[in-house]
Design a protein around this ligand. Structure first.
Ligand SMILES: C[S@@+](CC[C@H](N)C(=O)[O-])C[C@H]1O[C@@H](n2cnc3c(N)ncnc32)[C@H](O)[C@@H]1O
Length: 337
């Protein structure tokens, strides 16, 4: 009788991943992790609370435990530090909307897999502009930024030599506005404008009002495909996770930003870092989803960005990394004084 000669384990591991992620998303939706943050619970208590059968509930909790989201203690299951920080809805680092966003992208790809590969279906990149202003998408974008990209980028910017003298900034594709808000908090004399698509601008202005920042920050419509930035206007321009939409002319984009800066002003871009410490499988999966979604890439090489900055006329070009495992690449350049 023949027996297999090769290792099947890479495939069996892959087969289990989808159901695990689905289980986590469902438990976030059910607020199971919220419930366990109040007190530990036994499988019987969880089953009773949610009206589930005991057998599958026991297996679900075991599944979450072996995936490092729960631990089993004397009084039942409780959240691990990871679950408490990222899956409990009142945590500052809650990732519920970001997980849902990821799941929506995957679902969109799954339903149109072959047509997308053949270029016969409309990818997400061609979705109407107002897709970015969807409340859940904006929430997901904000939650994702808080995983470290925001903190590290703000640290780099507030360490620039003339940060305290900066008075006016633009946040291109600023969406939720968290980057601008954090910078204004560090330099209260700084005023900012979030430049984004119409639907996003409306929601961003509502958020600015909720944060009582209307005196120092506003959102304005600017479509980078057709509009141009005002010249000699800003001390700082930031562009976080937007350059991937302008890969066909990065130097032209950088040139436009260069001309919108006052002499001595800084342009700071942030993007995915191809050479991050993130597992190769995760990077390949992100790039696959990105391309199936109709974007040319999610990663821009450091050399490519540095060269675009140099061609555009920037001096003192600097690089830094952001986020866990250096997931993000920050490139900054100064317009000559
Ligand atoms: C991935 S989000 C980045 C949000 C934020 N900067 C961050 O890093 O968390 C991309 C943003 O770019 C905006 N955007 C996309 N195309 C644009 C265009 N042509 N003109 C202006 N903004 C655009 C989207 O509306 C969205 O708010």
């Amino acid at each position: 009788m023949n027996t297999p000669q090769s290792d099947f384990s890479p495939l069996s591991r892959l087969m289990s991943q989808e159901v695990i992620f689905h289980a986590v998303v469902q438990c976030v939706r059910l607020k199971l992790f919220d419930a366990l943050s109040e007190q530990p619970a036994t499988p019987e208590e969880i089953a009773r609370k949610f009206g589930f059968q005991l057998g599958p509930t026991q297996a679900l909790l075991e599944l979450l435990a072996v995936n490092d989201l729960l631990t089993l203690g004397e009084h039942g299951y409780e959240n691990t530090a990871t679950a408490a920080e990222f899956l409990v809805s009142d945590s500052y680092f809650y990732q519920g909307a970001a997980l849902e966003h990821n799941s929506r992208f995957t679902a969109a790809i799954k339903t149109q897999f072959i047509p997308l590969l053949k270029g016969e279906a409309n990818p997400i990149a061609h979705a109407p502009d107002d897709a970015w202003s969807d409340t859940d998408t904006m929430r997901a974008t904000l939650q994702h930024s808080r995983m470290g990209a925001l903190q590290d980028t703000v640290k780099v910017i507030s360490g620039l030599p003339n940060f305290t003298e900066m008075r006016f900034m633009a946040d291109i594709g600023g969406n939720h506005g968290e980057y601008s808000m954090a910078l204004i908090e560090r330099n209260p004399q700084l005023h900012g404008v979030i430049l984004d698509l119409p639907g996003v601008v409306e929601k961003a202005n509502e958020r600015i009002a909720r944060h009582e920042l209307t005196q120092s920050l506003k959102a304005q419509v600017l479509d980078l495909r057709s509009d141009t930035l005002p010249s000699d206007s800003y001390d700082l321009v930031i562009a976080s996770h937007i350059l991937y939409a302008f890969m066909d002319d990065l130097a032209g984009f950088a040139r436009q930003v260069h001309d919108s800066l006052k002499p001595g002003g800084w342009f700071v871009s942030q993007h995915m870092n191809r050479h991050s410490d993130t597992a190769l499988q995760e990077k390949a999966s992100l790039e696959f989803v990105t391309r199936m979604s109709g974007y040319p890439t999610h990663f821009i090489a450091r050399e490519q960005l540095e060269s675009a900055f140099a061609v555009a006329g920037f001096a003192d070009i600097r690089c830094a990394f952001s986020g866990p495992g250096a997931q993000g690449l920050i490139v900054a350049g100064q317009r000559d004084s």
